[in-house]
Design a binder for this molecule. Structure first.
Ligand code: ATP
Length: 302
């Protein structure tokens, strides 16, 4: 089975329905982005999976073969706003966390050294955390989540609050981690989801509105945008473009015509035939990939 199956999860806080009938599976070894605008229920979902809060209804089934005796060893969690003891050094903090996770002192020291190397903080291991940059703190936070070598790593907005350098460092680290771990991370930054995840769960107002790989999501939406321009604007062009069977939307931005089409091959053929018949002086013909942003905006509007 999958590493976990979330079945019809619902979470209600007093009168707020934070999560409503959310179901998904997390396959072994995948890096999955839980993507959604602010308040869509990402933190609530992650906290239910990490065992911090109980769903109001629904259940989470874990792969029994992967499950450890103590559930806390199964999952590693980085909260959205991690708290550190700023007076400790990075290494002291990891040893402390390791001992909290029931490692012996020697094991905790060994594990701290391994993780400092992994998250690229070895050079600054003896520096007080108060001196760390945002990106360094986030990487220390990720190391803390990995202390007990969990099967599932849950990261709540690991890169969202960082400057571009810190964000890059964290995304690079996630790309390393995903080689041999299952990761579920939340973000409201589309590019981050697009960059590191294998799959996307798109959450809006407590519901999953799309899920699948980028490729699957694109084919669900099944649209491509074509950008056309002409040396001089042909007469009645908009009407003529709208007549083309495979074109279902025409927008004009400055001198560019943006056509939304279902099937690229057919649209290209039909369009170029019309261009030829009408003797339009075509100067631009571009195929724009559907970005995750397009999908996100469409899905949220839907
Ligand atoms: N402890 C709580 N008590 C009452 N309402 C809550 C609580 N926690 C979250 N909510 C509400 O549940 C909804 C989902 O919140 P949640 O924090 O899960 O969203 P989110 O997608 O993580 O948002 P953000 O990106 O802003 O962190 C929001 O309307 C929020 O106000």
């Amino acid at each position: 089975m999958a590493l976990l199956d979330a079945n019809h999860l619902t979470k209600t806080y007093k009168n707020v329905n934070a999560i409503q009938d959310v179901s998904f599976s997390l396959e072994h070894g995948k890096c999955v982005a839980l993507l959604g605008p602010n308040g869509s229920g990402k933190t609530t979902t992650l906290r239910m999976l990490a065992g911090f809060i109980k769903p109001t209804s629904g259940d989470i089934a874990f792969d029994q073969d992967s499950l450890t005796k103590d559930f806390r060893n199964f999952v590693g969690y980085l909260p959205q706003f991690p708290v550190f003891h700023n007076w400790m050094t990075g290494k002291e903090f990891l040893i402390y966390v390791g001992q909290l996770a029931k490692l012996s002192k020697d094991e905790a020291i060994k594990r701290a050294d391994e993780l400092l190397e992994l998250v690229n903080l070895k050079e600054v291991r003896k520096l007080k955390i108060s001196k760390y940059s945002g990106g360094m703190k986030q990487r220390l936070g990720i190391a803390q989540a990995l202390i007990h070598a969990p099967k599932l790593i849950i990261l709540d907005e690991p890169a969202s609050a960082l400057d571009p350098i810190g964000r890059r460092e964290v995304l690079n680290l996630m790309r390393e981690l995903k080689k041999d771990a299952t990761i579920l991370f939340s973000t409201h930054i589309l590019n981050d989801a697009e960059e590191v995840s294998d799959e996307i769960l798109l959450l809006n107002e407590g519901h999953i509105i799309e899920q699948g790989s980028m490729h699957e999501l694109e084919s669900v939406q099944n649209t491509v945008t074509l950008k056309l321009a002409f040396s001089e604007e042909p007469k009645f062009i908009e009407d003529r473009l709208k007549e083309i069977e495979s074109v279902f939307k025409v927008n004009q931005i400055d001198k560019d015509y943006l056509l939304t089409v279902h099937d690229l091959q057919t649209a290209r053929k039909q369009l170029l035939e019309v261009v030829y018949q009408e003797n339009w002086q075509l100067t631009k013909f571009e195929v724009a990939k559907t970005s995750l942003e397009d999908l996100f905006m469409k899905a949220v509007k839907k």
